[in-house]
Design a protein around this ligand. Sequence first.
Ligand code: GLU
Length: 427
Amino acid sequence: MATAVKSDIKLEPSPNPFEVAQQQLDEAAELLELDSAIHHLLRWPMRELHVTLPVRMDDGSTKIYHGFRVQYNDARGPTKGGIRFHPDETIDTVRALAAWMTWKTAVVDIPLGGAKGGVICNPKELSDGELERLSRAYIRQVGRILGLKKDIPAPDVYTTPQIMAWMADEYAFMKGHNEFGVITGKPLALGGSAGRGDATARGGLYCLREAGKLLDIKLDGATTAIQGYGNAGSFAHKLGVELLGLTVVAVSDSRGGIYNKGGLEYDAVFAHKQKTGSVVEFPGSEPITNEALLELDVTISIPAALESVITERNANKISAKFLVELANGPTTPEADKILYEAGCYVIPDFLCNAGGVTVSYFEMVQNSYNYYWTEQLVHERLDEKMTSAFHVVHDTAQEHKVHNRLAAYLVAVSKVAEAVKLRGWVS
Ligand code: GLU
């Protein structure tokens, strides 16, 4: 007998991230006096696939999951972008993230387009076996539109190198041979790149280092708050201390945050999170909410979790001198204006967190040559890419007297628009 099925496809969140992404593009298009057909084309994904995935659970039942892959624009090369496993995933979130990947690969000038994938699920409630079967089911459905010359996935929120390994294996079965370069962020033993693990945080910190020099603000000992303790946030803590000497006074994850004005030691916090599953209740710290963490009186604030956490409601309460956006889409356009007027130096998301996809690109190149670089070489090449992109965006902002996000859009959109035009997609 059929039983009623509760819908697990979520309504769009507010603010809608895709409307935010379109609004950001519209502003850049106006300043660039972009051809209206190109503008219209760039407001929408070229292609999207919606998939329904039956997955056998450990108790013998079958659960149905929904997933997406959005290929936003491939004018500059094959599309590239991560896959998120998140209970609040929506098609518009994935569209926004795919658009931001398009601008991200353009701003750091790597020969790729933008894409994103997502599955509505809560990986924290799944066993390893269930997670593996879900990952394989996703690739069985989406694999037909992937390829080294078509679209190359990677990890994102709540997906890991192990998940990439299962996906690469499933894809190899579909093709009848290994094609490691089609999925990046793999473990080292399966063709992963040295330096991919911490690349997102490292790239953002290279930008912060440059911003510190330009603004003549000493970063050694600068107080720092980090929202989110996944791959980007936890490595920002580790490397922020190691590379720049930051004093990290607050960190958080989805369960809450911790604060210690004398500084939080990375090794101890990380070990606590490994043991308990969260940073909360770290010995010697005070609890702090995720909202209050962003409003702390610190020099550097690092949103490294989800989108739309800085809006017109709290932007005027942010007192940090630098906003280092390791998350995708943490700040809404209304908040951008408030922060710019208040003199906060924003290192915008698709520039700041481009280190991940840059080393993913290095991984693809190494997979193609089947010849691998040292970690030091990866760091040098990443530094070169991030530093040069940072200065181009900073100079563009100064020249046009606009905030850094709009400047990053001006740089990225011009490159994608040029490719669209050269290919003859619009006359
Ligand atoms: N998910 C990461 C991002 O948002 C990395 C994407 C990739 O490596 O392709 O940039």
